[in-house]
Design a binder for this molecule. Structure first.
Ligand SMILES: Cc1ncc(COP(=O)(O)O)c(C=O)c1O
Length: 422
């Protein structure tokens, strides 16, 4: 990471963006693990360990020789993997006497609702900038956050200087996660009693999520197997890092690891490996990552979590070193795969996991063709409780396929920070 002005990063540069006890986790380079405080473990024990299932009915319906396993994170109180880091961040923030409020940004509302719940557990208030098109389309996410006591503001908004500037340029702006992040940074920076909380991308968020892979590693070992193919959707990379990192050191030499993106936001597949800002306005530190450019606004697909311009630096480095593959699928392919899964396994996956499912089905059919008995492991990161209306719209033909003109990417890459390294 580099500071916003291009110098190497110090803990001081992170102060406005991160509760102080977490800064140490972000910058830690030597320790292999950190203990999970008792207060966090007690709450995790309400739904952890989460189950690892074998999708036998899906295997049968595809006629594949592959075994398909999935780790299911939909059993948390909000029904999403995002509770893992939300609980940890609210706990660490509550250790700082000055922090009375956590400000954040959310796409479809799962992250915002996870943080609102966690703030309630630790006596802190929560304010959420929600991407405007999700605020208008994903009303259940918004309702849930409000019921939980969070203040929810559609972004771009007239509450911050960043939002006002963007609204003046385009009053109809659908918003994006990077714009909502700028607004949340802006507010957290201007308040003495508030801190910002990241739902993805940062090292410490991925570390909190590794509880997923640590459990999966034991569970699949108990089942007497080891994954030959590991598949997970990537938006900013928290679910992917959480599943993959603990499995990576002892992987088989030929294990394939596949990060699945949306075709309209292909940060790994078509982005540039460069230093870039995490937010639209360039207020955050610069991260070395695969990015489509912080000014990139992806077309409005229903999977709000897949619409982020960059990917966690740790995952970007793995891709750069060819340790993982990236694949991109369209919205239609994703919805179709999730519906096949629901009809065979009886579980509705989130629109984000739907992209991973498209890859799972593809790989299973390849195994079938080659009569290959591979073990496939994927992460079902959330249930679709907040997104059923998107599935209904898809079935009724009201969800349009979206494309991304190459020119759109090239234009956004023009605005990368002007650094020698880029
Ligand atoms: C349910 C769900 N899955 C996946 C994602 C993608 O983010 P990440 O790659 O950080 O897991 C999000 C992000 O909002 C999400 O809400």
């Amino acid at each position: 990471m580099m500071s916003a002005s291009g110098f190497s990063l110090s803990s001081h540069d992170l102060q406005s963006f991160t509760p102080s006890s977490i800064i140490l986790q972000e910058l830690e380079r030597k320790q292999q693990s950190v203990p999970i405080p008792r207060e966090i473990r007690e709450i995790y024990s309400n739904w952890r360990p989460t189950p690892l299932y074998r999708a036998e009915r899906l295997e049968k319906s595809l006629g594949t020789s592959a075994r398909i396993y999935y780790k299911y994170e939909g059993g948390s109180s909000i029904g999403s993997h995002e509770m893992n880091t939300a609980i940890a961040q609210a706990y660490y923030a509550s250790q700082d006497k000055n922090v009375k409020c956590i400000v954040t940004a959310t796409g479809n509302g799962e992250w915002g609702a996870s943080l609102a719940t966690s703030c309630n557990f630790f006596g802190i208030t929560c304010k959420v900038y929600m991407v405007r098109d999700s605020y208008e389309e994903k009303v259940f996410g918004r309702y849930l956050m409000e019921i939980l006591g969070a203040e929810v503001v559609p972004s771009p908004s007239d509450r911050t200087s960043v939002g006002r500037k963007l609204l003046a340029q385009n009053p109809e702006s659908p918003g994006s996660l990077s714009i909502a992040l700028s607004e949340a940074f802006n507010e957290a920076n201007n308040r003495d009693d508030a801190t910002f909380s990241w739902g993805t991308v940062m090292n410490y968020v991925l570390m909190h999520q590794t509880v997923i892979g640590l459990e999966a590693r034991e569970q699949i070992r108990k089942a007497g197997d080891y994954p030959d193919i590991i598949i997970c959707a990537v938006g900013g990379g928290s679910a992917f890092g959480g599943l993959v990192f603990p499995l990576y050191p002892n992987r088989k030499p030929d294990t394939r690891i596949i990060a699945v993106e949306a075709n309209v936001c292909p940060s790994l597949s078509k982005g540039r490996y460069a230093y870039d800002y995490a937010d639209a306005e360039g207020l955050s530190p610069m991260l070395k990552m695969y990015t489509l450019g912080h000014s990139f606004i992806p077309p409005g697909i229903r999977a709000g979590g897949m619409r982020y311009h960059g990917i966690s630096p740790l995952i970007s480095a793995m891709y750069r070193e060819k340790q993982i593959e990236a694949k991109a699928y369209t919205q239609r392919q994703a919805f179709e795969a999730a519906i096949t899964f629901a009809r065979t396994e009886g579980l509705m996956a989130s629109p984000e996991t739907a992209y991973a499912l498209a890859a799972v089905i593809d790989e299973s059919l390849k195994c079938k063709k080659q009569n290959d008995r591979k073990n496939i492991l994927f992460l079902l990161d959330a249930s679709s409780n907040l997104d059923l209306s998107s599935f209904k719209d898809f079935i009724e033909g009201a969800v349009k396929e979206q494309t991304l003109p190459e020119k759109h990417i090239q234009e956004a890459l023009e605005y990368l920070p002007k650094l020698l390294e880029n």
